[in-house]
Structure formats: structure tokens, C-alpha cells
Design a binder for this molecule. Structure first.
Ligand SMILES: [Ca+2]
Length: 488
């Protein structure tokens, strides 16, 4: 049945199949693999002069938008008059659908990159080809032309200056990730592609040649921040593993502090338009989709490492089962991902919602384990823990399940806890017990008896053990543990 529907669609589509050729950028067709069930309407790309791709160079000598220098492929005059240095690494920033290199986030990434390193930064502007006036499908097609133009200018700069594609790092957002993929596919030896929430619609389920994949650069790192399904929840990013290493902050579907379901998007987009213009509207409509940019930008000069851990699932990660980096399997999300080249696969981490002072998203991860005394009387309730070190104190967090209230002797309750500050060596733990008030737990013991508490810092892979010495904790009371180590 499916096959016959496909063949009818194929026949109907064959009538519209076409090809366009744009000189040295090559020819582009709208047939398979660029057409298929996941891309039922495949457009041909607009001509390069309609897509209007422009390249702007920033260096420490010309770091502002007013001083940026336009580079044009085949124009030796612009290249030799520019501050481009072939001996330095080059990073390119590529926006997505409805984007522009004039958007504030692009300039912020440029600023952070130049603060970090004395390099070439090139912004790729294809605002006309990615315009909301066109369709998403047309922008999808146009991204192929932009990819070819990126490859062309990299080849031109290499030929003229001896620059090497291996020293190029393409940083794309949304459709810009696939632009980077096309460029990398043509060039064959791009050093790195960082994909910031690569777009899902028209790409998931398509051939590797159609979308970003690990063969497009020597190293491809991907941040998934809006990976909930497009159909139903309007998640714009893909949740599928797309690179050598794929980061899933907060599970990769929704980001904390974002309210991007359809209804709230419509309301907040209108509010954003009224109050902050286009950037505000985009931020409100695509909060989780844009958060990948925020994480990457922060990671460039952040002291906080954005450590990410391999795990089977986000649920297991949240329960504290995946805090081990044994075998160098962890990485750092964002700018420093390349420093942990050996890490592969799906990595998880949590972030804050960015509302604490300083507006930072990076968080430190701790596994908290509370083990009941083996001599404890059974009881029912919840256990909460807070802990501190020389440089911070955490909020009070529940380590029990929340639903299951039974507390049994010798059992360990554990959770992943994240803190916006680095606590340092943990020196004190506060453990509070709240007894169940349910009538069904009437005969349960009035107190909880703690055997030990272990805090493991994910970032340093260090554990701190506190013996509870079978101390009972009454309902509503907090027990302070200050003695690290011991036998228990
Ligand atoms: Ca590809």
C-alpha cells in the first residue's frame, strides 16, 4: 500500500522534477535524494543573486560590525586588503531560517570568540535566501547554494593564501547547520562543524547527503536543545544523533525557563514583537531552539566546564546513574568539545534556567546518595539534602522519589543535583526528614535513621562520604553532618 502511494506520488512528482545549474556552484535537482516522504515538496534553490550570500570578516583589528570587511570569492582585492591571516584558525558563523548575520546573537558569538582567541571570524549572511517572506521549504533549498558558496570561498582563500580547510570551524544554527554540512561535504576536510540545534523538518529521515552528518567534517559536535517532535509540539531541532558527539542538555527537548508550546508561543511572540521587535519575537517563539546558541556562546569564555556524561537515557542521568567519566568518555558541551576528541555518542548534562545573578546557564553536577542505616526501623516520608563547600551552598533538594514514600533499612536513595556554583570540596551536609502524614503510614517510625551520605562531584570525579552514625532524624528536623570520611 505504502509502496503504491509512493509510486503514485513519484509519478506525479516526476512531472515537476527539474534541475538548475549555477556556474561553478554546481547543479541542483529536486528529485531523490532531495525529495522523499519526509520532504514531499522539494524546491529548487533560488539563483545565488537572490539568495544574496555575503561573507564578513572580523578580527581583533576590526572586531565591530562597523569595521567588518566583506570578502568576495574570486576577488583578490578584497582578500588582500582584509585582515585575514591564513596562519590563524578561522571560525564561520552561519544563521538559519529567518535569520541574518545582523542579529545580535551573531555579533555576541563574534565578540566572545575574539575575546578568547586571536583568530579570523567570518559571518555568513544569507538573510535574503532565508527570509520569512519565502517559505521554509525554499530556504531549505537555498541552504544548498549557501553551502556551495561557503565551500567556494574556503577553496578560494586556501588557493590564494595557503589557508587550510582543516583550520576552519563552521558554527551553524538551525538551517545553518545543514549549510555547514553541504560545505563540509564539498570540501571534504573541514576541521570541525558545530551544529546548534540543527533543524528537523525536511531533514530527519533523509539521506546523509541531504543533511548534516558525521562525514561532513573531521569532527562534528551537535547541541540538541529543541528536539521535541516538530509535528505536535513544534520542536524545531532534530533529536537524532547527527555528529561524532551529540549533547542533550536537559534531555535535549525543552530548556528550563522556556515556555515554547504552541499557545504560549503565539502569545509571547506577539508580546515580544510589541516590546522588543523582531529579535524579541524570535526569542519568545523559539526559546529552546535559540538556547543552543546561548550555551555555545557562554561556553567560549566560561570557567564552568559544561561537563556532559554518557548515558542510556536522560531519566537515568537525572537519577544519578551516569556520573562516571571513566575511560575519558565525558566531554564539555560547546566550544571545548574538541578538547575531548575521544568522547563519542550521546552525552547528557543539566543547565540552569539562566535566571540567577549573572544570567549563566552552566551548572555543576553532583550525585547525592543517602543510605539508610541497616538497623533502622521502617518509616515513610521524604528526605531532603543540602550541602556546602568553601565556594558555595546548594539549594535543598529531595533525594527520595517523591511518589514512593517507604523508607527501608540499608537502601540507598540517590539523585543528580546541579548547582550554578562550584561548591568545591564538600564539607557539610544538611539532611532533613519529612515524615509521611498519610493515615496509611500511621504505624511507621517517627524518625529516619541515616547510615551514610555520599556526594560525588561530576566535574572533578571526586566523592565525599559522611557517616551518619545511625543518628535518628525526627520529622521536620535537619541533621548536620560535618565529618568527612570514616567507616560506615
Ligand atoms: Ca551530509
Amino acid at each position: 500500500m505504502l509502496l503504491s502511494v509512493l509510486s503514485i506520488l513519484s509519478l506525479a512528482y516526476a512531472a515537476q522534477a527539474a534541475e538548475v545549474c549555477y556556474g561553478d556552484l554546481g547543479c541542483f535537482t529536486n528529485i531523490a535524494p532531495f525529495w522523499g516522504l519526509n520532504r514531499p515538496l522539494s524546491s529548487l534553490p533560488d539563483p545565488p543573486d537572490v539568495v544574496g550570500t555575503k561573507f564578513y570578516l572580523y578580527t581583533r583589528a576590526n572586531p565591530t560590525m562597523a569595521l567588518r570587511e566583506r570578502l568576495v570569492a574570486d576577488s583578490i582585492a578584497t582578500l588582500s586588503a582584509s585582515h585575514f591571516s591564513s596562519s590563524k584558525p578561522t571560525r564561520m558563523v552561519i544563521h538559519g531560517f529567518t535569520g541574518s548575520a545582523e542579529h545580535a546573537w551573531v555579533q555576541t558569538i563574534v565578540d566572545e570568540l575574539l575575546l578568547k582567541e586571536d583568530i579570523n571570524v567570518i559571518t555568513v549572511d544569507w538573510a535574503d535566501g532565508a527570509s520569512i517572506g519565502g517559505s521554509y521549504g525554499q530556504a531549505t533549498a537555498n541552504s544548498r547554494v549557501v553551502g556551495a558558496e561557503v565551500a567556494k570561498i574556503v577553496n578560494y582563500m586556501s588557493a590564494q593564501t595557503g589557508a587550510n580547510a582543516r583550520n576552519f570551524h563552521l558554527i551553524g544554527h538551525s538551517l545553518g547547520c545543514h549549510v555547514a554540512g553541504y560545505a563540509g561535504d564539498i570540501l571534504g576536510n573541514v576541521g570541525r562543524i558545530t551544529a546548534l540545534d540543527a533543524s528537523e523538518p525536511y531533514f530527519d529521515g533523509m539521506d546523509a547527503i541531504v543533511k548534516l552528518d558525521p562525514t561532513d567534517a573531521l569532527f562534528v559536535d551537535v547541541i540538541h536543545s529543541d528536539g521535541s517532535p516538530f509535528i505536535g509540539t513544534l520542536g524545531m531541532g532534530t533529536s537524532l544523533p547527527t555528529g561524532h558527539v551529540d549533547f542533550y542538555p536537559n534531555g535535549g527537548e525543552y530548556q528550563p525557563g522556556c515556555h515554547d508550546n504552541f499557545v504560549s508561543s503565539v502569545v509571547s511572540t506577539g508580546f515580544g514583537l510589541l516590546t522588543e521587535g523582531y529579535d524579541g519575537a524570535e526569542a519568545a517563539a523559539a526559546c529552546s531552539h535559540l538556547r543552543a546558541i546561548d550555551y555555545f556562546t557562554e561556553s567560549i569564555n566560561s570557567e564552568c566546564p559544561f561537563t556532559a556524561y554518557p548515558c542510556e537515557s536522560y531519566d537515568k542521568f537525572k537519577d544519578g546513574f551516569c556520573m562516571s567519566c571513566a575511560g575519558n568518555t565525558c566531554s564539555q558541551m560547546g566550544y571545548r568539545a574538541r578538547d575531548h576528541y575521544g568522547a563519542r555518542g550521546k552525552l547528557y548534562l543539566t543547565t540552569t534556567d539562566g535566571t540567577q545573578p549573572g544570567g549563566k546557564f552552566c551548572a555543576y553536577h553532583y550525585k547525592v546518595q543517602v543510605t539508610s542505616s541497616t538497623r533502622m526501623e521502617e518509616t515513610a516520608g521524604r528526605i531532603y539534602v543540602t550541602f556546602q563547600g568553601p565556594s558555595g551552598i546548594t539549594d535543598t533538594m529531595e533525594v527520595t522519589d517523591g511518589d514512593v514514600m517507604d523508607l527501608k533499612p540499608g537502601v540507598t536513595y540517590q539523585k543528580l543535583v546541579s548547582s550554578p556554583s562550584n561548591i568545591g570540596d564538600v564539607s557539610r551536609v544538611g539532611l532533613r526528614f519529612e515524615r509521611s502524614s498519610s493515615i496509611w503510614d500511621f504505624f511507621a517510625a517517627q524518625y529516619y535513621t541515616v547510615g551514610k551520605v555520599t556526594i560525588t562531584a561530576g566535574e572533578t570525579q571526586t566523592s565525599f562520604k559522611f557517616c551518619g552514625s545511625d543518628t535518628p532524624v525526627n520529622n521536620g528536623e535537619t541533621l548536620q553532618l560535618t565529618q568527612v570520611g570514616g567507616t560506615c
